[in-house]
Ligand binder design. Structure first.
Ligand SMILES: Cc1ncc(COP(=O)(O)O)c(C=O)c1O
Length: 406
């Protein structure tokens, strides 16, 4: 842990560059770009300038990006799309839900998965999470299965894979009377490159949906996504759906552009390097913050590789709500550091979800929603910036201790 004297020395030097800008919990660019991405984009544009070529959707570079991405994940097929949100919409369409059909998904989540279920007339069945991993809890999932359950929709939370083997086992043992084994669909928006028991996120499950939005671990010019699957029929269906349905079925336009794919190929080549920097930063942070009894640092199971999309911290139980909020405001007001809360239960954060879903108390999720906060982490923060974040956090904890004692 940083000792008091070092902490004061760091803070007395003031905020490192950029000084006049708040440092966001989820920085505006998830990785970083190099000249290679710029050249790839320019070259894809040059390649499209002839009227005989253009930006056609059948561009080889899109197929190449899909092939390399599938190989990276260890999946058989990858389908490039324009975002993870629309990919989750497609996933729900592929379930052909009937009114009242249920999809189980963790409450501690971004809202995209729950919006997708609602859009297809499905019922969101919230499940609880494991407080150490922040991923859904398989035991709680199994308790929520009914004859109407069609799918389990975990999010690979904050850079850590969901417990896929347990979920696949539950899905098989609790088959739907008409549709067979429940479908397991992963929201992998925040976990590109993470691994689980020696496989990459994207290899297991009916399908996994990735995001290349600007804040994500790799990005295709700010928007974009990918679906991976090992089911050929499903892959073909998705490919048709993203291009107005082919001959037989419903579809619209969910396509990624050629320039995005060209940039995506470069970002994917560099993904492990960018993620390695995140992991190094998290490890360094674990050292600097270890032994502070007011907080619990992120947990990485032995058989998983966490890629730290965010660095999730919990305050101790007694500080739920007031103590956590105090740390966040001191970090913001005194040090210009904006912590994100990634994420409280969606029904407590977004009124649309609350209005349209049936909720019931979820002991762990409701508690985590009051204890979680994420100070910014970025693969290109330097040592000075890292030290400043940790020193600010320790100072915020000291200030909060005094407040809570009053
Ligand atoms: C967990 C999760 N799922 C889905 C999304 C939506 O991704 P996109 O912006 O690519 O639609 C996000 C964030 O953007 C996310 O964090």
């Amino acid at each position: 842990m940083l000792d008091d004297q070092t902490r004061h020395n760091i803070l007395s030097r003031g905020k490192p560059e950029p000084k006049d800008f708040p440092w966001w919990g989820e920085p505006n660019l998830g990785g970083w770009y190099t000249e290679a991405e710029v050249e790839a984009a320019v070259s894809a544009i040059r390649d499209s300038m002839d009227w005989t070529t253009g930006f056609g959707p059948d561009a080889k570079v899109i197929a190449e990006f899909e092939e390399v991405f599938a190989e990276y994940c260890g999946a058989q097929f990858a389908i490039a799309i324009n975002s993870c949100g629309t990919g989750l919409d497609l996933a729900m369409r592929c379930l052909n839900l009937k009114p009242g059909d249920e999809v189980i998904s963790p409450a501690v989540n971004y809202k995209a998965a729950h919006m997708a279920i609602l859009d297809q007339g499905g019922k969101v069945v919230f499940c609880d999470i494991d407080p150490r991993t922040l991923n859904l809890d398989p035991v709680d999932v199994e308790k929520r299965i009914t004859l109407r359950t069609r799918a389990i929709l975990p999010v690979h939370m904050n850079g850590l894979s969901a417990p896929m083997d347990e979920l696949l086992d539950i899905a098989k043992r609790n088959a739907h009377p008409v549709y067979g084994a429940l479908k397991v669909i992963g929201d992998a928006a925040r976990s590109c490159g993470a691994s689980y028991k020696g496989t990459k996120v994207g290899a297991k499950g009916w399908m996994n949906v990735f995001s290349f939005q600007t804040q994500k671990l790799m990005t295709t010019l700010g928007e974009g996504g990918m679906i991976t699957t090992n089911d050929k029929k499903l892959g073909d269906r998705l490919r048709n759906m993203r291009q107005f349905g082919g001959e037989q079925q419903w579809g619209s336009n969910y396509k990624m552009s050629k320039v995005q794919a060209a940039v995506g190929l470069v970002q994917l080549r560099r993904l492990d390097e960018m993620n390695a920097k995140r992991k190094e930063a998290a490890k360094r942070r674990n050292e600097l913050l270890s032994g502070v009894s007011e907080i619990i640092l992120p947990y990485e199971p032995r058989d998983c590789e966490h890629v730290y999309y965010v660095y999730s911290i919990l305050v101790k139980h007694e500080w739920a709500g007031e103590g956590r909020d105090s740390i966040i405001s001191v970090m913001n007001d005194n040090f210009g550091i904006v912590c994100s809360i990634s994420n409280p239960p969606t029904y407590s954060r977004w009124s649309y979800i609350l209005r349209n879903c049936q909720t019931q108390p979820l002991a762990v999720s409701d508690d985590i929603g009051k204890r979680l906060f994420c100070p910014p982490l970025h693969p290109s923060f330097n040592e000075e910036q890292e030290l400043y974040i940790c020193a600010s956090l320790l100072e915020a904890i000291e200030i909060t201790k005094n407040k809570m004692a009053c």
